[in-house]
Design a protein around this ligand. Sequence first.
Ligand code: 5GP
Length: 191
Amino acid sequence: MKLLEDRILQEGQVRPGNILKVDCFLNHQLDVELLSKIGEEFYRIFKDDGINKILTIEASGIAIACMTAQYFKVPVVFAKKAKSKNIDGDVFTSKVQSFTYGKEYDITLAKKFLSPADKVLVLDDFLANGKAMKGLLDVCEQAGAQVGGIGICIEKGFQPGGAELRAAGYKLASLAIVDSMSDDGLTFRKQ
Ligand code: 5GP
């Protein structure tokens, strides 16, 4: 998506540890007009896939998911990172190794919000090693929900998450794939 690539080139900052900072427009300050165009693009790609729910992970995925849901007219549900009490066994949980913080954390999702009746579009801001996405896919599997597609704003193509998910047969659409990045600049994969 050229609009997103241009914005990454203009405002993205490469940080040590292979971190791309895009907090001016995507995951801290939010450019709602750009997010709306991102949502429209995900709709164009996945509109015929029978999606009836959008799943993401807090916090950065929520805005992207909500803007996308306006086009699909389906509910958004997000996995929580904070530990939530599981007294009644009423939540799905999965463990995720955090790329940005280097720690393992639990994600939780209330069982009442995901079931075998759901065909899910799973969205996130970044895909790197694929750990966050695999946690979300694990939750879908526990719920018996079908995964209709995976939508990512920025995939870091030099990390293995994207290739693994494609090899596993998922319909994965990344709106921008960064093939290399350094202090000198970024290159995008032609799609
Ligand atoms: P993964 O689990 O695929 O290794 O990493 C994806 C998660 O880590 C995303 O939810 C995202 O929040 C965060 N992440 C991974 N790489 C980057 C990055 O380069 N920049 C930012 N801002 N977040 C990242």
